[in-house]
Ligand binder design. Structure first.
Ligand code: NAP
Length: 314
């Protein structure tokens, strides 16, 4: 198992990298388990224009690679493994990945959330090329175009309302004929002249993989089976997110929706010494910059915790 680490960071999106940068600069020599596919959700986007500091924007994967290098530059040790189990019932905490395990005085969880997808092959191929899971990130690219949103919950309404300010028209495609969204969000969407609802329908295919961009969506009416095409430039999937908390079940308190419960205004979880940053504890804002902000908070709180509990090690 080796020596006990002061800080172990699990996950490698903006929250994890920021936590590692702060912990490394505080001389805490963090160990980071990045996951087998590092970088988080920004690896699935193209141009990021709302992360401060980049006048012309920056490609999502490039931003994550830069954050990784910055964390390494200050002495973060990275291991590209998926964490398979944790034990927070004992201290030092134990983090396992396959057959290897590490001990840590503190753990920062930054495993993020995964946007649910429809599962169509064309959706995967056109992700970041017209298919998106984030209107605030990518809506701008579809200014004055026809846009489609899939989903019937609050997220779908929020995305549609946001996109209606940018696009020519927004089609909201829902698999039933009633929405799951709250009444207030429904009413806002119903009142918006740019939003049209397409009920009882599912996305059957997305065109045009060969041209590498979204040009149209084929819909299937789930009651009649009828197929129809709609010309759109952007397709936003808003059918919910899944927080990546499976391995923490039974170890720390989770909210009923599966996200990690933190003490308001902090990144403290129900286990002292375990902190949570980024989308894994945020189902409201879900932005790269807010994730980075809470990553910074987690590192500062971990440092404070170590000073109080391990005064000779910091
Ligand atoms: P959600 O409430 O779970 O809604 C997901 C929607 O996607 C549902 O309408 C669902 O259809 C549909 N859906 C799920 N899987 C699908 C699939 N495979 N194909 C097609 N449609 C599918 O998720 P959410 O909208 O992301 O909201 C999550 C939570 O955050 C909720 O508690 C919500 O209230 C909250 N939230 C609040 C706000 C706000 O108040 N401003 C904004 C965003 C989110 P069915 O309805 O048929 O199941």
């Amino acid at each position: 198992m080796g020596t006990t680490r002061k800080v172990i960071v699990i996950g490698s999106g903006p929250a994890g990298y920021t936590a590692a940068i702060y912990a490394a600069r505080a001389n805490l020599a963090p160990l980071m388990l990045t996951g087998a596919q590092p970088g988080g959700q920004l690896m699935l986007t193209t141009l990021v224009e709302n992360y401060p500091g980049f006048v012309e924007g920056i490609q999502g994967p490039e931003l994550m690679e830069t954050m990784k290098k910055q964390a390494e530059h200050f002495g973060t040790e990275m291991i590209a493994e998926d964490v398979t189990a944790v034990d927070f019932s004992r201290h030092p905490f134990v983090v396992r990945a396959g057959h290897a395990s590490w001990e840590g005085h503190t753990v920062i969880i930054a495993t993020g959330a995964t946007a649910k997808l429809l599962g169509l092959p064309a959706e995967a191929k056109l992700m970041g090329r017209g298919v998106s899971t984030c209107a605030t990130c990518d809506g701008f690219f579809f200014k004055d175009q026809n846009i489609m949103v899939v989903g019937g919950g609050d997220s779908a309404m929020e995305e549609a309302l946001y996109l209606s300010r940018l696009g020519k028209k927004v089609d909201v495609v829902h698999r039933r004929d009633t929405l799951r969204a709250s009444k207030i969000m429904q009413e806002r969407a119903f009142k918006n002249p740019k939003i049209e609802f397409v009920w009882d329908s599912a996305v059957d295919d997305v065109m045009d993989v060969e041209r590498g961009k979204v040009t149209a969506v084929r819909l299937r009416n789930l009651k009649t089976g009828a197929l129809s095409n709609r010309q759109v430039g952007g397709l936003f999937i808003a059918i919910g997110h899944e927080p990546n908390t499976q391995i923490f079940r039974g170890q720390i308190a989770l909210l009923p929706n599966g996200y990690i419960k933190v003490k308001p205004g902090t990144t403290e979880t129900s286990v002292p010494g375990v902190f949570a940053a980024g989308d894994v504890q945020d189902h409201v804002y879900r932005q790269a910059v807010t994730a980075a902000g809470t990553g910074c908070m987690a590192a500062l709180e971990a440092e404070r915790y170590l000073e109080a509990t391990q005064p000779h090690s910091t």
